[in-house]
Design a protein around this ligand. Structure first.
Ligand SMILES: [Zn+2]
Length: 316
């Protein structure tokens, strides 16, 4: 598709997305809130246009992101290892959608797919994007035991068995699977650098450039462990259509790479520049949900099965 047409199609698709709800629930410590419903928003200069539509409470019961409480997550021995097969030639474009930068994939066939894990069938990769903070102290959407990371990668997939397109899958109960990977400060990430090198070309909102032959599995941690839970999109339309798979182990990126994320702009060329930072949604309530883990928590087992307690449990 020519870039001009793609740009129009992407803009039209973004226009259609309207938030049914965005209940802001709890303060996130020192982090600023990006929602109109949150009082801390009023301390900020402007609300991002993504959230400027009416934000009534929809009574959602499985909204994302959440704080994953390690101790409360339940080990599920039936959870299989997640299998990832991405075809690097399905990578198409990178664009600044005014809220994040997003890498789009050709999803017209089963070429870049995931399977296994908690999934009953394969899902096709549609796009990936990141969320990050203005500084290293915050930025991720999910938290683990209230720990927040400087950034979080989301790889978005849809179910080609129950839906005929990504747009349909967004509205389906379990139409989407998003893999979340935390980014932490550490060593330079060679795989990420190819993306970082492309960012100056999409600095402004709506900028789009070709970006081909990229395998996002290079952004996966080698550790297979993950948590999974039923949730929602974290941007409008916030539909409760997502099976989340959150990788336990973060990947390392260096300070310069994070700074390049922060050089992007929310604003279009010609507008007063506004840095693209703090593009995350606040935590949502867990409500009546269980987070399952693919791994046993030996650390907690050691703490919780003290000899005295064991003796007590085993006495008649
Ligand atoms: Zn996301």
């Amino acid at each position: 598709m020519p870039l001009q047409l793609l740009r129009r199609a992407l803009a039209a698709s973004a226009q259609r997305l309207r938030p049914p709800a965005a209940p802001c629930t709890e303060p996130r410590g020192a982090r600023p809130c990006s929602l109109a419903a949150c009082s801390s928003y009023r301390l900020r200069d402007a609300l991002h246009p993504l959230w400027q539509s009416e934000l009534s409470v929809s009574g959602g019961t499985r909204q994302s992101p959440i704080n994953i409480q390690w101790r409360d997550s339940v080990y599920d021995p039936h959870l299989k290892p997640l299998k990832i097969h991405y075809d690097p030639t399905t990578c198409l474009y990178i664009w600044n959608n005014g809220y994040s930068f997003q890498v789009e994939f050709d999803d017209s066939a089963d070429k870049s797919v995931i399977m296994g894990g908690p999934l009953e069938n394969h899902y096709r990769l549609k796009q990936f994007h990141f969320h990050w903070g203005a500084i290293n102290e915050w930025g991720s959407e999910h938290m683990v035991d209230s720990k927040v990371y400087p950034a979080e990668l989301h790889l978005v997939h849809w179910n080609p068995v129950t839906s005929t397109s990504f747009e349909d899958a967004v509205m389906e109960n379990n139409g989407l699977v998003v893999i979340g990977v935390f980014l932490k400060l550490g060593a330079h990430h060679a795989g990420l650098q190819k993306l970082v090198d492309a960012l100056p070309a999409v600095r402004h909102k709506d900028a789009i450039v070709e970006f081909d032959v990229f395998d996002p599995s290079c952004l996966m941690p080698s550790c297979p462990d993950y948590w999974t839970y039923d949730g929602s999109l974290t941007t409008p339309p916030l539909t409760e259509s997502v099976t989340w798979i959150i990788k336990k182990t973060p990947i390392e990126v260096d300070q310069n790479q994070l700074e390049e994320f922060r050089m992007l702009l929310f604003t279009s060329a010609g507008e007063e520049e506004k840095r693209m930072v703090d593009n995350f949604r606040p935590l949502q309530p867990l409500m009546n949900r269980t987070v399952r883990s693919s791994f046993r928590n030996h650390h907690l087992l050691n703490i919780e099965t003290r000899p005295s307690e064991l003796a007590h449990q085993h006495s008649p």
